[in-house]
Design a protein around this ligand. Structure first.
Ligand code: DQQ
Length: 459
């Protein structure tokens, strides 16, 4: 296996393929992260549920495979995505088995390590009669006063993606209530994957990932009488490499979300490397006072910070290289006042001669954050891209938190938008950081930078 480019503080399995986060739950204080996994190869195939546990959402312990396909069973062709719930004290996984797509249950004891599949699987044997659906998978289940509810990812052929709503008294017999929400094929694709539906403040949050796009959408809105009225819509991440997120409420009442970070290199390159797929940092989702969605990395990640460098109050024009701040595993916390500059931001993972670099720039006129990884690597197998996100700062300074973790660059701007890139520099000295102001001068209000400890060594 090729260890180059492997993130040090983002979760990933020891080897081979990983995609969606599954079954997120905190049980007796312990966080459980399950994930779509091919344990025998670095490409998507033969879906299992991998498993890891943590007491702080940051340091993880690898656990045995939780679910594998059962030959001849309803998941013989794959154990697809799903969720975890507390069924009156019994840890329970609800997932899609593929034979084709049906919904299944598995239960465990308080350790959540060994899982028994229900002899009554599948508990939903197929889509409702008469519907010509494009998909029927990825259950997300919660309890209300009058029973269990489930959303499923789907779509109506020729019309667009959709989320189906089901109800059950006992998790075994399910009744289809109708669509919770339907999209238009020309706006949000033909099939929606991995819906999540949960309360956030006084609103409800719906997440889904529409095919054929590599995007994770959210709607915020009102949920009453089992009807959802969406009010606000956006993307959880604008980098085009963040997909199939799952959010859950932890024991402290925080809404925490992980998403799958795809590779930004060719399939031949990740197959040759022997590993593919990373989980995003755990993000806490909250409502801003104006009712919009906020995302910030969970506070526990601050435990990884080492060797702070602090710089404040400097005028910037052109490129200012920061010699004290360099690295391939760092966090940067930067506040910039654009003043009369046209673009302001920074470059990371830059080589001394500038042959390799990734830029993160706010465009004042366009009110846009731009992350450009097209020059991040000299390797033709690396698929750099220019990704943009709308960001209207109003009177606020630009407040960036940038997490550089080998091949991951995860950017949080003003707690409002996120944009993640994957980069694969070829040079060992592509570790430089510089501040940038073009078309005028800007002011650095403050910068804090830390080296980040590996989550596998800093216990
Ligand atoms: N990944 C799973 C599906 C889901 C898709 C299969 C989303 O359950 O719809 O690996 O990435």
């Amino acid at each position: 296996m090729d260890l180059r480019h492997r993130p040090q503080y983002h979760f990933l399995p020891l080897a081979n393929w990983m995609n969606d986060p599954n079954g997120l739950i905190q049980w007796d204080g312990v966080y459980h992260l399950f994930y779509q996994h091919h344990p025998h190869g670095p490409g998507w195939a033969d879906m299992h549920w991998g498993h890891a546990t943590s007491r702080d959402l940051v340091h993880w312990t690898h656990q045995p495979i939780a679910l594998a396909p059962t030959p001849g069973g309803p998941d013989a062709d794959g154990v697809f995505s799903g969720c975890a719930i507390d069924h009156d004290g019994v840890p329970t996984l609800v997932y899609t088995g593929v034979r084709p797509e049906v919904q299944c249950l598995a239960t465990s004891d308080d350790e959540l390590i060994v899982w028994q599949k229900s002899p009554r699987n599948p508990v939903i044997a197929g889509p409702p009669e008469g519907l010509d659906v494009t998909g029927f998978r990825d259950p997300y289940v919660w309890r209300e006063d009058d029973g269990w509810y489930m959303v499923l990812g789907s779509g109506i052929r020729g019309q667009g993606g959709m989320v189906m709503l089901y109800r059950s008294a006992d998790l075994y017999e399910w009744e289809y209530l109708g669509p919770l929400i339907e999209g238009r094929i020309d706006e949000t694709g033909h099939n929606w994957e991995c819906p999540n539906f949960l309360p956030l403040g006084d609103r409800h949050l719906l997440l889904f990932s529409p095919q054929p796009f590599r995007q994770a959408h959210y709607y915020l809105g009102e949920y009453a009488e089992h009807r959802f009225s969406p009010e606000a819509h956006g993307l959880l991440d604008y980098g085009g490499l963040y997909y199939a997120p799952q959010a859950f409420m932890d024991e402290g009442g925080r809404c925490v979300c992980f998403g799958w970070l795809l590779e930004g290199r060719t399939e031949a390159a990740y197959r040759a490397a022997g590993w593919a797929g990373v989980q995003s940092l755990p993000r806490e989702l909250t409502l801003a006072p104006d009712g919009s969605l906020q995302q910030r990395p969970v506070i526990e990640l601050e435990a990884l910070r080492r060797d702070v460098v602090h710089i404040a109050n400097r005028s910037l024009e052109g490129e200012t290289r920061l010699d004290d701040v360099a690295g391939s595993c760092i966090e940067l916390c930067v506040e910039l006042d654009p003043q009369d500059a046209g673009q302001v931001g920074l470059t990371v993972r830059a080589s001394p001669d500038g042959d390799e670099a990734t830029t993160i720039l706010y465009d004042v006129e366009r009110k846009e954050l731009v992350v450009d990884s097209r020059a991040a690597s000299l390797d033709p197998e690396a698929e750099g891209r220019r990704a943009t996100a709308p960001l209207d700062l109003g009177d606020e300074p630009l407040a960036l938190r940038v997490f550089v973790d080998e091949s991951v660059i995860e950017v949080f701007a003003n707690e409002r938008i996120c944009l993640t890139a994957r980069v694969y520099p070829t040079r060992d000295d592509s570790v430089g950081v510089a501040l940038v102001a073009t078309g005028g001068s800007a002011r650095l209000l403050s910068l804090d930078a830390w080296r980040m400890e590996s989550i596998w060594s800093s216990r």
